[in-house]
Write a protein that binds this ligand. Sequence first.
Ligand SMILES: Nc1nc2c(ncn2[C@@H]2O[C@H](COP(=O)(O)OP(=O)(O)OP(=O)(O)O)[C@@H](O)[C@H]2O)c(=O)[nH]1
Ligand SMILES: [Mg+2]
Length: 446
Amino acid sequence: MNTRDRLTGGRAVVAARDADSTPDTTEIRRLAAAAGYDVVGEVTQRRTEDLRYDLGAGKARDLAATVADADADAVVYDGELSPGQYADLLDLFPAGTTLVDRYRLVLDVFAEGAGSAAARTQVRLATLRYELPRLERMEGESALNRKVFEKGSPVLDARRRIDDLEAKLDDLADAAADRRERRREEGFDLVTLAGYTNAGKSTLLRRLADDLTLDPTDPDGASRHADLADSASVEDRLFETLETTTRRATLGGRRVLLTDTVGLVADLPHDLVRSFSATLDEVAAGDVVLAVVDASADDRRLRRRVETTVEVLAGDATGPVVPVLNKVDRLDEAGRAAAEAVVADVLGDSDADVRDTVAISALDGAGVDDLRAAVRSALPDATAAFTLPMSGEAQALVSWIYEHGDAAVEYGPETVEVRFSGKPSVVAEARRRAIDLRDGTTDGAT
Ligand SMILES: Nc1nc2c(ncn2[C@@H]2O[C@H](COP(=O)(O)OP(=O)(O)OP(=O)(O)O)[C@@H](O)[C@H]2O)c(=O)[nH]1
Ligand SMILES: [Mg+2]
């Protein structure tokens, strides 16, 4: 089965089944659009899983008829089909129809958009992990038919390539970890933005990043926000961001690196999420993680998205998690309170160190100052006080301290008094330099 070179796009019928309610196809339609499909029809069913087709047999035949009537190229199936269901459904459809399940659809979106070597490697790995059980099934069948492969087999080949890609990704992950370590040594705190796709992570990143800080006295402020305006024009496209990106920001005197990550989506097998491990690595490495949520989703979707986010974060976030309720510009007071209640309810069950929720609009900037303050106070802190003899070297140290944290400096006739709070490693470094400089420092470090 070679699906790697298959082109996405074309006319698609979406199909969905849900045991508990009439399926809502909004998200799968958007995912299909993100993968380049034109959605020309839909077939849904409320029932428990049918082992043969997932849908009931009658409904599966309706689906085949809809595909024929609509002259569709593909069926986009909202769910994960077993290899058997996949093969049996395909048999019903007109010849040449492509069948894409939710998992495959997400892979297609990434395959189309992945730019860097790391992203392409991740897509290849995820694709092979998806194909392996299907290849194993086909090989099992051929073995039964006594068509045993003499040397090598597609299954062995896929397993070998999976091992190779895993090794390659490990190397890339090690390089990223080294880079983060260097940044920490340079005095940066690492803040990661994570959350469901379309929550507004990238918009928030642009809002918080240094080169876009909106200053009302700055005549260029409006043009600096040009990329915020751009983002507003892209209405609700899922998986806008396909790779992690990092930008600098300054929060209450602390220099931080903000990392934007790939969005999450519900109902994907864990190993697919794992394949995009850069997101999880960034979550694990963050001194603080911002869990960004689109507050304007209805209650049921909001709950599902927060749950998906928590499932991913809970295992990986080691530092504090600040829930960020975004897009509150779309809500009235009551809507905002309802959304906050859902977030508090879901996050209350999590094991992570969850802080108070901050409501914001990344688009218009409301609440963003509160968010800066909340992130600042969630960053690990240490404080120290020094009295230094007045000298050129002391001046140099004072400048360094200003650059690396919050400093209050008082000049006496012959001494400089410094009170300093900041990143623990930076405070330790400042203390070391101060001790090198003088003898009689009062060290009030806490
Ligand atoms: N009304 C409103 N829209 C917003 C806000 N923040 C973001 N958006 C819009 O929501 C959509 C998604 O925003 P993104 O920043 O791309 O979302 P994301 O979380 O990075 O999405 P992925 O990269 O797909 O994971 C865009 O159309 C934004 O303009 C907000 O505060 N209010
Ligand atoms: Mg994004």
